[in-house]
Design a binder for this molecule. Structure first.
Ligand SMILES: Cc1cc2nc3c(=O)[nH]c(=O)nc-3n(C[C@H](O)[C@H](O)[C@H](O)COP(=O)(O)O)c2cc1C
Length: 396
């Protein structure tokens, strides 16, 4: 596998390798969006529409991507996004991904519905750990989860705001990979056509304790079992929940999935430390705007009070540079690091982080910015006076 990665020069190369390795249904559960996949395409296009205005004859012989986030020094302005199925692309994928993040000194976010527990991640990977939280119907179970994360030394809690109802993912109905996982004829055939995945991922789970389980959930349900209704994502979650979580959680609190300036203001008024501008990687509301397009409005609304992070569509180091130049404190990487994990576990995730770091460094050199603090909106084409969009074509 190492040889394969040697020829993977960018995230797209790694994506292709991941597609070849994974059963179609598992690959689709990572890659696809929702409904007509307009948001998915627009997330990528949003970054491509933004152009950089390079400064020349700046000494860029010593470029550093290091920055500080929530009082922690990190090697570049990037964190690993929560992705529920990391444990299905590689045996104990979350642990491997978290170890890569720790080695690279970037934060790792564990998803609520992970196949590795909060405690395992803390014990075996360590590093700068964040927990993603879906607020459940039974709030007391959600509070137990955050108490566990606090006891295990997790530094931040990201409360996901953009999934009040289940997303309309039609492809799951076709490929038979919805949750709880059912061995439909289509899924069974698909898995049999990928014997390496069957042996190296599922086979290893079966030999080490049996069918994978959602280890972070109370009761540790198997992926083939329906989770208790008390742990269903609550459709009634509201700002009172965020105020209550602020009261209970002593660490950094973020709300993930903000796409409106007024919601960002409400989050700030609840006392959060940061908002993550996100449309869940285009996986939930297909008619949502690209987060990179919304980012300037949110920064203008709350950037002076709270940190603003962004995700959805980051595929190049230059995308990270553009987001930070707009004013984001960091980006989250969802699919890219998951592709790497699918190809080669920890080594694959590290390969992806290295690609993004190398591309960022190259872009910073090209635009005359030796340090993160040198990035500003003046480097982006289409912004007037630093904040106002010059023309509708900027967002068209
Ligand atoms: C396979 C997969 C699973 C995800 N699971 C979660 C999740 O459990 N909770 C959550 O808040 N976001 C989840 N996300 C969304 C990511 O955290 C992130 O917002 C998104 O992937 C960013 O877009 P990108 O994939 O284009 O980088 C998931 C994304 C993917 C691809």
């Amino acid at each position: 596998m190492g040889n394969l990665l040697a020829n993977a020069y960018n995230i797209e190369d790694v994506r292709r390798l991941a597609r070849a390795k994974l059963p179609k249904g598992i690959y689709e559960s990572i890659e696809r969006g929702t409904e007509d996949e307009a948001a998915l395409a627009n997330n990528l296009a949003g970054f491509q529409r933004l152009c950089l205005n390079p400064r020349v004859f700046v000494d860029v012989s010593d470029i550093s991507l290091a920055t500080e986030l929530f009082g922690q020094r990190i090697s570049m302005p990037l964190a690993i996004a929560p992705t529920g199925s990391a444990g299905l692309v590689w045996f104990r994928g979350e642990v491997e991904l978290a170890k890569a993040a720790a080695a690279f000194n970037v934060p790792f976010t564990l998803a609520t519905r992970s196949l590795s527990s909060i405690e395992t991640i803390a014990d075996e990977a360590g590093g700068n750990l964040w927990l993603q939280l879906y607020v459940w119907r039974d709030r007391s179970l959600s509070y137990q989860l955050i108490d566990r994360a606090n006891a295990a030394g997790f530094k931040a809690l990201l409360v996901t705001a953009d999934t009040p109802v289940p997303p309309n993912r039609e492809y799951n109905l076709r490929n038979g990979y919805g949750l709880p996982f059912k061995a439909s004829r289509a899924a069974y055939t698909d898995i049999c056509l990928h014997p390496l995945w069957l042996a190296r991922v599922m086979g290893r789970y079966m030999l080490n304790g049996g069918m994978p389980r959602f280890e972070t959930l109370p009761g540790r349900p198997k992926i083939t079992e329906a989770t208790d209704a008390s742990m269903a994502t609550s459709a009634s979650v509201n700002w009172d929940d965020i105020r209550e979580l602020r009261r209970r959680w002593p660490g950094v609190l973020m709300v993930k999935g903000i796409l409106r300036a007024d919601d960002a203001r409400k989050a700030a008024a609840c006392g959060v430390d940061a908002v993550v501008v996100s449309n869940h990687g285009g996986r939930n509301l297909d008619s949502s705007r690209a987060p990179i397009d919304v980012l300037p409005e949110i920064l203008d609304a709350v950037g002076a009070r709270v940190k603003v992070l962004v995700d959805s569509g980051v595929r190049r180091g230059s995308d990270v540079v553009k987001a930070v130049a707009l004013g984001a404190s960091a980006v989250l990487s969802g699919r890219p690091t998951l592709y790497g994990t699918a190809v080669a576990g920890r080594a694959g995730a590290l390969h992806v982080l290295n690609i993004l770091q190398r591309e960022m460094t190259n872009t910073m050199g090209m635009i005359g910015c030796p340090a993160i603090r040198d990035l500003d909106r003046d480097l982006l084409h289409g912004l007037k006076g630093g904040t106002v969009l010059e023309s509708a074509s900027f967002l068209a």
